[in-house]
Structure formats: C-alpha cells, structure tokens
Design a protein around this ligand. Sequence first.
Ligand code: NAD
Length: 289
Amino acid sequence: MDIQTIGVVGSGTMGSGIAQVAAQSGFNVLLYDINLKILQKAIGQIGHYVRRSAEKGRITEEEAEAALDRIATTTDLLDFKRCQFVIEAAPERIDLKKDLFHQLVTATPDDTILASNTSTLSITQIGGGTGRPGKVVGMHFFNPAPLLPLVEVVAGAQTDPAVVDTTFELAKQLGKRPIRVKDVPGFIVNRVARPFYLETLRLLEEGVADYRTLDKLIREGGGFPMGPFELMDLIGLDINYAASVSVYEAYFNDPRYRPSLLQQRKVQAGQLGRKSGRGWYIYDKDKSS
Ligand SMILES: NC(=O)c1ccc[n+]([C@@H]2O[C@H](COP(=O)([O-])OP(=O)(O)OC[C@H]3O[C@@H](n4cnc5c(N)ncnc54)[C@H](O)[C@@H]3O)[C@@H](O)[C@H]2O)c1
C-alpha cells in the first residue's frame, strides 16, 4: 500500500509526538484537533522538539525545516479524504472514539486504514458499527512517541490481516519496533503496568510513605527511569486514570485493577500532570490552578 499522507486525530501529548515521528520519517501529516488554538500550541511544541534535535546535531537544519513543512493542520475531518492512513489519538473514551471513527469512515476513501492509539479500549468495539471494521486496527505508541521504540499493533476480531501487516510495516518505516498483540483490555504493556501505578497509589492511601519517597525508592532502589508518580505526571493523570477505569471495567470489576479514589480526586481538581502545570509535582506555576 502506498502511504503518502497520514492523518493524526488529536494533537495532545501523543498526537503531536506521532505527527512529529511521521513527518520526520518523510510522510505528509495532516493534524486534526477541535480548535485552532490547540493546534497552534501543538505545532509550537513539535517545532521546539524538531529544532532542538537539529541543535543537538541529530538531524540537519534543512531536515528539521523539511519535516516541519510536511505537517499541515485542520479542524475539519472531511479534509482527511486525502489520507491513506489515519492514527487517532483523542481522549480515552469509548463514546468519543466510536463517534470519531464513524466520522472518519464517512470522511475517508474506502481503503484508508483507521488506526487507534488507544491504551486500553477494545479495537473490536471501536471498529464495530463503523461499517468498515476490517480497516480498523490498533497502533499503540508509547510516551514520548518520538523516543520510545515499541508499538503494539492490535488486531480486532474483524480486522483484515492485510491491514495488520500494513500497520506493522508502517511502524517499521516510522523507525519503531512493532509487536503484534491480541485485542484484550490494556493489551500487554498497559495490563502489566496497572499494578505499578495502582499498588503505589494504595501504599500512598495507606500512609505507608509519601509519593516523593515512593518515587525515590522505585527509581533508585528498583532501577526504574522514573517513579510511578513522576510517570503519571508525564502520561497525564486523566489519561492514566481513564486507562485504569477502562481495564477495571473490562475485566468485570476485578478488584486487582480497582482504580484509586485519590487519583480520581486529582483529576477532578484539574491537576493532570505536566500538561496542566501541576499533578503530583508542580511544573509551571503559570499553568497550575
Ligand atoms: N499519554 C500517554 O502516555 C499515552 C500513551 C499511549 C497512548 N495514549 C492514548 O492516546 C490517546 C490520547 O492521549 P493523550 O495523552 O495524547 O491525550 P491528551 O489529553 O494529551 O490529548 C488529547 C487531544 O485530543 C483532543 N480532542 C478532544 N476531543 C476531541 C475530539 N472530539 N476529536 C478529536 N480530538 C479531540 C484534545 O483537544 C487534545 O489535544 C488516548 O487514547 C490515550 O489512552 C496515551
């Protein structure tokens, strides 16, 4: 399949990272979000990261500018008619994703592949009812997308095997290391990662240690690059909480995956991590409420 233009839906943490990877790999990118202000912020951030790569000598200045020139933005999904491949990175809500995939099926040609970057939701459910479930696939990048090599390629119950193969090949063209996984809640990495967050949240709830100490212990004692609270701030507490709720519900309320009330309160308070200026830690006093 000849992929020239990749559509990316959602220009937040993951969408902007995926758009950057695709543009730096030579693809034209059409980046969608719900308003221009959000898109401008995303383009500013991508520009910052790409130019910083040039400053560090990883790419030339010409390569940096050429990659940035390949990214166009839109607030109209109908513009996706020129995309051969779409990667959706909108909030982790099944109603929202199902609605988006419905719109994408109408907006794109019949052979366009529609991939979701969902962390935990069912690809079978996202594809079901679209009228084009064979073209719907999971393509799960990790944060930060420009740096982390793993991509989980997820076949839903009705995904065409050729679509899975094309997605796998595309991930390789994006410089990633894809693996094929089954459509189970949380796939592999997010299922394995649940206790990492949830058990440390429970330790905090039980007053065993404060979050700074827990991060320090796991980082320095366990040899992890980041502690769980630092990682939740990087991921976004809303996204991390939504992933926990989704896995918990999908496994029929198995208590092993019970989400944390403490984390729910942080989300309700709008303390979402780095993206809002404050989560467990404070990053940008101007942004935090
Ligand atoms: N954050 C992570 O570490 C991470 C890692 C892997 C996968 N994911 C998955 O990627 C997806 C996006 O997560 P994120 O962290 O980038 O979230 P985010 O909150 O940073 O960004 C979401 C973006 O979607 C936009 N949006 C809101 N409503 C929309 C709509 N109706 N249509 C299109 N766009 C809309 C928002 O304006 C925002 O720019 C989720 O499914 C999440 O589970 C996240």
